[in-house]
Design a protein. Structure first.
Length: 84
């Protein structure tokens, strides 16, 4: 999956100092009204094939527990959606 820029993005999470070679910028939408942060991820062609053939999506969180998260699908039908 690739983090992707999107129209509603209003912030960018940057790599921690010293991790710039391994971590890419992550455009996000910070929704202060409900206290959430959302990002848009686009599957590669290989991942699309895996999903189309019944494969799943894996979410990995670093640390000793899993924070509350939600995963969903979104239609991206505007020309300014792009890789960061």
């Amino acid at each position: 999956m690739r983090p992707t820029n999107f129209r509603e993005a209003n912030d960018v999470l940057k790599a921690p100092e010293g991790q710039e070679d391994y971590v890419v910028d992550l455009p996000v939408f910070r929704n202060a009204h409900v206290g959430t942060v959302s990002s848009l991820w686009m599957p590669t062609d290989e991942e699309r094939k895996i999903i189309a053939e019944g494969g799943g999506v894996v979410l990995t969180a670093w640390g000793k527990t899993h924070p509350p998260v939600a995963i969903g699908a979104a239609v991206v039908d505007y020309p300014d959606a792009q890789d960061p």
